[in-house]
Each structure stands twice: as structure tokens, then as C-alpha cells.
Design a protein around this ligand. Structure first.
Ligand SMILES: [Zn+2]
Length: 101
């Protein structure tokens, strides 16, 4: 066996080892990703079970559903203010701009 052939064999063995390491690293990465994905899911599920109540920044009371069905949303029982979906707010602003003209 010449020196040249020995080197080639050594290179091949090195390639096999490198491939094995890559495979191991890939598997480990996949496992980590899987773990992270599961952790995120658990977090979302936990948050879904315990929705945060909307609180009035003035009196710290929990907001109550607005009885006016045309507007909806949640309002402070003391009438300090309310929380409305953006669609509703945009509509109110649109009506306001219209009546102003
Ligand atoms: Zn309030």
C-alpha cells in the first residue's frame, strides 16, 4: 500500500466519522426543537385556561359587558371607560367624522 492510498483511506474514515457526528447533531437539534415546541404549547394552553380579566385603570374594577348591543365591548361599571375591539372603535370614529362634516 503506497502512502497515497493510506491517506485516502484515512480521509474516508474521517468522512464517515464526520457524517456520524452530523447525524447526531441533527437528531439532538430536532429533539430540542420538539421540546421547545411542546413547552410553547403548554404555555399557550395554560394561558387559555386562565384568561386575564380586563381591569379599569382608574378604579381597578373588572370591566363588565356593555349592555348596548350596537356597540358591545367591555366597560367599567363606574363608567370610567371601556375596552372595544378595533373594528368597533374604527366604526365609531368613522361615524364621528361623518357627523362632524
Ligand atoms: Zn373604573
Amino acid at each position: 500500500m503506497s502512502n497515497g492510498e493510506k491517506d485516502k483511506l484515512g480521509e474516508k474514515l474521517h468522512d464517515v466519522e464526520a457524517a456520524r457526528e452530523n447525524e447526531w447533531a441533527r437528531k439532538r437539534d430536532q429533539e430540542l426543537l420538539e421540546k421547545m415546541r411542546h413547552a410553547k404549547h403548554d404555555d399557550e394552553a395554560a394561558r387559555g385556561h386562565q384568561p386575564q380579566p380586563a381591569i379599569c385603570p382608574e378604579c381597578k374594577q373588572e370591566l363588565v359587558p356593555n349592555s348596548d348591543q350596537r356597540v358591545g365591548g367591555m366597560i367599567c361599571p363606574q363608567r370610567h371607560g371601556g375596552w372595544f375591539g378595533w373594528d368597533t372603535v374604527a366604526k365609531i370614529m368613522g361615524d364621528f367624522a361623518h357627523t362632524k362634516k
